[in-house]
Design a binder for this molecule. Structure first.
Ligand SMILES: NC(=O)c1ccc[n+]([C@@H]2O[C@H](COP(=O)([O-])OP(=O)(O)OC[C@H]3O[C@@H](n4cnc5c(N)ncnc54)[C@H](O)[C@@H]3O)[C@@H](O)[C@H]2O)c1
Length: 351
């Protein structure tokens, strides 16, 4: 039997999502050594017990300095402190899987891609919806013209306030830049080669504004260069239900048909006298159930490991990453100005 090429991986930050990534790496046959950097001692011992890593440290620099490591997964938070780690990893010659957002600004994202290109390294971003078969079906249907010419696409997504509080507590980012970004990436990916030319966005907030400077919800309308309209709404104040429950409703309407995805996770109901109805398997990152995983993160993580091991293309391209960034930064600017923003931008504010 031919030898399988194996690679060594370092995961930085093993909270909720990084914990899933670390487990996905530990279970993946092409991973030889797994190294972990995690600053929370309790989380360190949990992840050590789960994944039996080759090494574990509280200093991410130790992982970056390890010459044997081929791939770094950056899942630590707050998001605003991630960019120096990304650049250090690339500088050290590592291929990088980074959770969104890749960088605070488009300019910094471009610098990261330039550095990766100069060293022949791969970058991908954790746009996990691209690994959900129902979402990929939309891409395939549009590519094959199954619903004719697209006319309008809508994604409405809401998560619990429990998750909203966690996200807004760690960094001041808009609902679109931290949550809606997944749906923007998904819709823009499906609509390729069409390009976004105009963005209008509004926020609303009556709950979180009592404690922080963050809205409860953001709507974004995007006009594509062929006239297709895109509407993405993201909110994070649903009442507490199943931990980190997320519901989404998707409509893609075309000249010859329509696609609707009910991603509201009502298919598994767990009803107890103690807690009433709960919806297991309903969080965005998914969850392990014995020997299987509910969600797309295992496949997504494995895809990048294989891209590195077998020199295949990473899932998210530089152009796609920068286009998504240009739309969500334009959306936040539109909120600030109260008017539509034209793309490509020809001003230098808020890049
Ligand atoms: N793709 C998806 O569907 C999806 C869903 C949810 C969240 N996310 C993204 O995943 C990322 C992680 O989110 P999370 O909910 O797992 O966060 P989290 O807060 O649960 O985990 C972050 C972890 O990083 C650790 N950490 C912080 N600073 C560190 C450092 N300097 N070195 C090493 N470890 C450090 C923390 O101790 C914590 O365990 C976020 O960027 C989030 O936006 C993606």
């Amino acid at each position: 039997m031919a030898e399988v090429k194996r690679i060594n991986v370092g995961v930085i930050g093993t909270g909720w999502v990084g914990g899933i990534r670390a487990n996905a790496c530990a279970h993946n046959g092409i991973v030889d050594e797994l190294h972990i950097a995690e600053i929370n001692p309790k989380r360190q011992s949990e992840i050590q017990a789960e994944t039996n890593p080759t090494s574990i440290t509280d200093n991410w620099q130790t992982i970056i300095d390890n010459e044997a490591i081929d791939v770094i997964v950056i899942s630590m938070t707050p998001e605003t402190q991630r960019y120096p780690i990304l650049m250090a990893a690339l500088e050290a010659g590592k291929n990088v899987f980074v959770e969104k957002p890749i960088a605070p600004t488009i300019e910094e994202a471009e610098q990261a891609y330039a550095l990766a290109d100069s060293k022949n390294l791969k970058i991908t971003i954790g746009y996990s919806r691209r690994f959900d078969p129902r979402y990929v079906y939309v891409k395939k249907s549009l590519r094959e013209g199954l619903i004719g010419d697209p006319v309008t696409c809508l994604v409405s997504r809401h998560s619990t306030r429990e998750l909203g509080e966690k996200i807004t507590g760690r960094s001041k980012m808009s609902p679109t830049s931290i949550g809606g970004v997944h749906d923007l990436d998904f819709v823009l990916w499906c609509l390729q080669p069409r390009k976004p030319i105009r963005v209008y966005s509004q926020t609303a907030g009556k709950l979180f504004s009592k404690k922080s400077d963050t809205p409860d919800h953001q709507w974004v309308m995007v006009t594509m260069d062929d006239g297709t309209t895109v509407t993405i709404g993201v909110g994070w104040i649903l009442p507490i239900g199943y931990p980190n429950y997320v519901q989404a409703w998707i409509e893609v309407i075309g000249t010859d048909g329509a696609l609707t995805i009910d991603d509201t996770h009502k298919e598994v109901q767990f009803n107890t006298t103690a807690n009433g109805i709960r919806y297991p398997l309903s969080s965005m990152p998914g969850e392990p159930i014995d020997h299987v995983f509910a969600g797309s993160m295992y496949d997504e993580t494995g895809h990048f490991l294989e891209a590195v091991a077998f020199d295949r293309p990473a899932m998210v391209t530089r152009e796609e990453a920068l286009t998504v960034m240009s739309v969500y930064t334009a959306a936040d600017l539109s909120v600030e100005r109260g008017e539509p923003v034209v793309l490509p931008r020809n001003d230098n504010t808020n890049p």
